[in-house]
Design a protein around this ligand. Structure first.
Ligand code: ADP
Ligand code: MG
Length: 720
């Protein structure tokens, strides 16, 4: 009988092409058709109601019941014309995916479709099974979702989805969105104050985000024939194929037809949902791809990224494909990340990270640039913790991805500018002098434009007019890292204002005061700047000398949540209280433990049920062969060697799995969750995963291809 693997391979070859026809050749004709956005509101709401919603979006003011009633009626009418039958609050619990609970518009008693303001504004999902880190004890397992009018309502699968926050009845945030919205306020607050030093007209500063999303695509049948992909999202075994990514031919190659059809298809759906996807291309590893939208206001961008992942999953079904969002689905080839392109934009239309032709604006640019560098330096551990997960651990610091050391890349030109400023900052500026010329900060724009050096190995890089946080994992919700970034930059900006004021009250002219503070900050945070190869061994050594942290595993990276400084920082900016921080720490540890536990079990099961039985059958064949040769009086030493080799790997497998199971049993008895997570890391993952994998991968090379049960890497990565 053919193995599942062989059947799956047969299915892939027989797949018919799924052709996709866009609704129109012009995206503009269908962009946003599934979104109840501002344009829809404008035509369907009374001007006064529209104005109130606009205000709520811009200023965060409350929407009164009458207005909510109007919006509810308008959105229902709109949705019904589109064949929508149900509605749901759509939110982002701390599980990393999105959650929905569908309710029908149909009111059985009234016999008509209804949608009340109360249903738009608030809903009470049965929240007891979402992770809450002990915030709510089970007897009062209640939480509610509340409408976030700043993110547009949309239709997915004939269901009206209302973006919401998710909080407990005692008021604690149980999701990613609530703290994100608060962090936007925090950075707005601090950044506006700094902007006012340069331009009195600035009233609002909004973070913008563009998320580059990397992912792998495999055929659905091949996926289903790999229990590890199904259970853990990653292959726990698999020998490297003869050809991996060494030819570097995939990155520049054309997108394979089947994947292209899939991408076109989900792009259409994304565009209908108002997600501004604009680029698609192959990534470095075979089978790996990337898409990116045009950047948007950060809250929308994160909703859109979460929604995009859902849409990709759903559309992949139609193409008999599976999308792997895991950070490291395959050993030996590149992993996947989610580059977070972040900038700050004022309501006067200025990108604060955009160097300009005006010297005065350049001083403002440098102020924000230096503040961000200092924020990464001062709070690198928080930033590191914000991207920590069991799956990202396989990628960070694995020699091909950004290391777990947080450093900032600025490029040669800006490095020179900062160095010069640091050096010349105390140059005497006489009356009538051009300070900007003297300090060498008057002509940054020209130099930056032709400054093309880009460093792909840095976890946090300045790329012309934005910072790019590249260490974020491909499966992550960007809410956590972006909340963290907003808060730490807000913190530095606040401190900066105080320092500048101090200088000014000591009699310094404003711009001199600013320059003095910048000089100090540049000096203070110099150690975090690194322009070299972030993947290299030397950098790890150098970073250690500089005193930078290199926290390689999630449990240790999360320790920073226990400190007083973290608690005070988040409380000072009114983003998370102590209970919420504590809960998040627990949830992340819990998730880590579960993930490692699942992988460890999958490894054990696969080895015992798939690998060892196959190896025994094969070994028996070789034994027969050896006996036959012996009977004929021929040399049978090669056969005997193979038999021995197979035995060695099988024994290693058996003993390591037994020991790993024992280790798990012991660790599961540990009550302290921090200790339990650390033990899972050291005594399960680090102690056994590589050893077990090594034995299986060796057996894969020994056992005849015909009977090997697991779909091989060359098939997963190249056949589609
Ligand atoms: P790459 O980094 O691959 O060279 P780009 O730099 O062109 O690609 O853009 C990557 C992402 O950065 C896109 O989503 C783009 O919209 C976004 N982006 C560009 N400018 C900004 C900005 N000022 N703020 C935030 N994101 C931006
Ligand atoms: Mg990029």
């Amino acid at each position: 009988m053919a193995t599942l693997r062989q059947q799956a391979l047969g299915m892939v070859q027989a797949r018919p092409r799924v052709t996709v026809t866009p609704p129109s050749s012009k995206i503009s004709e269908y962009f946003g058709t599934n979104v109840f956005g501002m344009a829809e509101m404008k035509v369907s709401l009374a001007p006064s109601a529209y104005k109130k919603v606009m205000e709520a979006v811009d200023k965060g003011t409350k929407i009164d019941t009458t207005t909510a009633e109007e919006v509810a009626t308008a959105v229902k009418t709109w949705a019904l014309t589109k064949g929508v039958t149900h509605f749901t609050h759509w939110f982002q619990p701390l599980t990393g995916s999105t959650a929905e609970k569908h309710d029908s518009f149909f009111d059985m008693y009234a016999g008509v479709e209804k949608f009340k303001a109360s249903a738009l504004v608030q809903q009470e999902p049965d929240a007891s099974s979402f992770p809450n880190g002990g915030i709510r004890s089970t007897f009062e397992a209640r939480g509610y979702t509340a409408w976030d009018p700043s993110s547009p309502i949309f239709i997915l699968d004939k269901t009206l989805c209302i973006p919401t926050i998710f909080v407990s009845y005692t008021g604690e945030a149980l999701d990613y969105k609530t703290p994100l919205l608060k962090s936007m306020e925090a950075i707005n607050d601090a950044a506006v104050e700094v902007c006012q030093l340069f331009d009195r007209n600035v009233r609002k500063v909004t973070p913008s985000l563009g998320v580059e999303q990397e992912f792998f695509v495999v055929d659905k049948a091949l996926f289903a024939a790999r229990p590890d992909l199904v259970m853990a999202g990653r292959s726990v075994f698999g020998h490297s194929p003869a050809r991996g990514q060494q030819l570097e031919d995939h990155y520049f190659g054309s997108i394979p037809t089947r994947v292209k059809d899939f991408m076109v298809d989900f792009e259409i759906e994304a565009h209908k949902l108002g997600i501004p996807l604009s680029t698609r291309h192959n990534e470095v590893a075979p089978g790996q791809f990337e898409v990116a939208p045009i950047y948007e206001e950060i809250n929308k961008a994160i909703d859109h990224n979460q929604l995009l992942m859902d849409v990709m999953d759903k559309v992949a079904e139609r193409h008999s494909l599976k999308v792997l969002f895991h950070e490291k689905p395959f050993a030996g080839v590149n992993g996947s990340g989610k580059h977070n392109n972040w900038s700050l934009i004022t309501d006067t239309g200025v990108n604060l990270f955009q160097p300009s032709n005006s010297a005065r604006e350049n001083l403002q640019f440098l102020t924000f640039l230096v503040a961000t560098v200092k924020a990464v330096y001062d709070h690198s551990d928080l930033l590191r913790a914000s991207i920590a997960s069991a799956s990202n651990d396989f990628r960070l610091g694995a020699n091909e991805a950004p290391p777990a050391i947080m450093s900032v890349f600025l490029g040669g030109t800006l490095t020179d500018v900062l160095d010069e400023l640091e050096k010349n900052g105390n140059i005497k500026i006489e009356k009538g002098d051009n300070m900007y010329m003297k300090l060498g900060i008057s002509k940054i724009p020209e130099i930056i434009l032709d400054n093309t050096d880009r460093n792909r190995t840095s976890p946090f890089a300045f790329t012309g007019n934005k910072f790019e946080f590249r260490a974020v994992g491909s499966s992550a919700n960007c809410g956590l890292p972006m909340t963290t970034l907003n808060v730490i930059v807000a913190e530095v900006l606040k401190g900066m204002i105080k320092d500048i004021e101090k200088e000014m009250s000591a009699g310094k002219e404003k711009k001199i005061a600013i320059v003095n503070v910048l000089r100090k900050y540049i000096k203070d945070s110099k150690k975090v700047r690194f322009e070299g190869d972030g993947y290299s061994e030397e950098w790890a050594k150098e970073a250690e000398k500089r005193g930078l942290s290199n926290l390689k595993s999630t449990p240790e990276a999360l320790d920073v949540y226990l400190t007083k400084a973290t608690k005070e920082l988040y409380e000072r900016h009114n983003v998370l209280n102590q209970i919420e921080i504590h809960a998040r720490h627990e949830i992340q540890l819990e998730e880590y433990i579960k993930k490692v536990q699942i992988e460890s079990r999958v490894m054990g099961d696969l080895a015992l049920n798939h690998i060892i039985p196959t190896a025994i059958l094969y070994q028996n064949k070789v034994i027969q062969n050896a006996n036959g040769l012996k009977g004929l009086g021929l040399d049978h030493s090669a056969a005997v060697d193979t038999i021995k080799e197979v035995s060695t790997h099988m024994e290693s497998l058996k003993s390591n799995i037994t020991a790993m199971v024992e280790a798990r049993k012991k660790i599961n008895k540990e009550d302290d969750i921090i200790k339990r997570a650390k033990a899972y890391q050291a005594e399960v993952k680090a102690a056994y995963f590589d050893k077990i994998r090594y034995a299986v991968d060796k057996l894969e090379l020994l056992v005849d291809d015909e009977s090997w049960p697991l779909v091989k890497y060359r098939e997963l990565l190249f056949i589609r």
